[in-house]
Design a protein around this ligand. Sequence first.
Ligand code: UD1
Ligand code: CA
Length: 494
Amino acid sequence: MTIARPAAVIVLAAGEGTRMKSAVPKVLHSIGGRTLLGHAIAAARGTGAEHLSVVVRHERDLVAAHVAEVAPDAVIADQDDVKGTGRATECALDALPGDLDGTVLVTYGDVPLLSAETLHGLLEAHTTSGSAATVITATLPDPTGYGRILRDADGSVAGIVEQKDATGEQLAITEINSGIYAFEATVLRKALAQVGTDNAQGEKYLTDVLGIARTEGLRVGAHLIQDLWQTEGVNDRVQLARLGAELNRRIVEGWMRQGVTVVDPATTWIDTDVSLGRDVTIHPQTQLHGATTIGDDVTIGPDTTLAHVEVGDGASVVRTHGSHSLIGPGATVGPFAYLRPGTELGAQGKIGTFVETKNASIGAGSKVPHLSYVGDATIGEESNIGAASVFVNYDGVSKSRTTIGSHCRTGSDNMFVAPVTVGDGAYTGAGTVVRKDVPPGALAINVAPQRNLEGWVQDKRAGTAAATAATAALSRTSSSPDDAQDPTEGTTAS
Ligand code: UD1
Ligand code: CA
């Protein structure tokens, strides 16, 4: 039999989460680069459900704004002053179409590892058994705090009792309610109308629906799962870290199975939305965040953090911090590079050691190998920027752009005072402060000629070690050190 997609998934996210001790609502804390609620929404979406509803109350506006961002088509349902998971679900049903029919799944916004596959398994168990309600359960060594599953002598589910309402005998039950369910919409709507608040917490319990359905002679099922992580909710920051580490372990293992070499899985962090090609090697202490995309045969790390960076096939990125940037195929970056937003490095290009870039387009085969700042720049193809160059983009009021053509060779220790343009094939000498445009093919130099005041040290610093060394050196040789310098001396290449 084919399993129909659910009519709706309802994600409960109205609770307070006081144990997080945070100004940020619990469901907006993140693991794997995605909020807890974002994970719950992704799993809900993965079922192909027709409708998605998120129930909000605590920090309503912040949570609703986040839902609007990650799931614009989701229906926001506001829970009123009546407390409890039953009331939350009822508010969602009220916000969904009145004639909603078929199966409704209920999940929690603070259970991030629950997968779409598990929800599909729940739906399958629910549908094939012809149940009115099915609950995901798990057997825990320590079931304290959870609702317990009550079963009849024949093993069928009779209901759920909350920890606070349970008898001593019931507390000994180790099969727990995960809080994730499948319901027939019509049964759910009718049963919720009958649920009261006469219990230890004075809340409207969703769990009561199972007992009511059962009393009406309908079938209630349990779908026992082995992977306990998928039922675990986040209540405090200790659990947040625990579940974050497990999520990462699963993601990293998944990529290794897809052909990625991860030298040290324990210190490698890969967000949920990252994608990696084949034969990528990731060295220790590497973090890949956000919408980062890595091509085939790429080497990343060690000690590298990339957020929203696209890396082309065959590139190498070593000891680098980069965000919102593009690294072309075959390019090399680092060690010790800082790529700020808007960096675009062309194929086979190089951003080398102690180089910072921002809003900079560096063409194919062009190199910025050493100790430089390249901000607000366009560099053509196959050009080489000398060591210790600064693209002087800011006059204290406004930012300006520097354009350097293709096949240029600029000297070491240059300042490009923007706005300024260096034409194709032009050269600049070492130490040039480029304030005027340089025509194609020209050599720009503006460093003053060097003067040597011979004997100055022996005269003005007599008695110092320098003076003694100079006197000794001069007595060893009579040749003069003074010759005109080649102005392009100091141009670097590699
Ligand atoms: C609930 C279950 C319990 C189960 C446990 C699993 C009930 C009555 N009890 O208990 O059987 O073992 O989950 O974790 O359902 N929420 C709302 N509105 C509310 C109350 C809660 O949206 O008024 C949301 C919370 O944001 C959270 C979820 O529902 O995502 C569960 O709430 P929580 O207070 O943690 O339920 P428990 O009392 O732990
Ligand atoms: Ca809970």
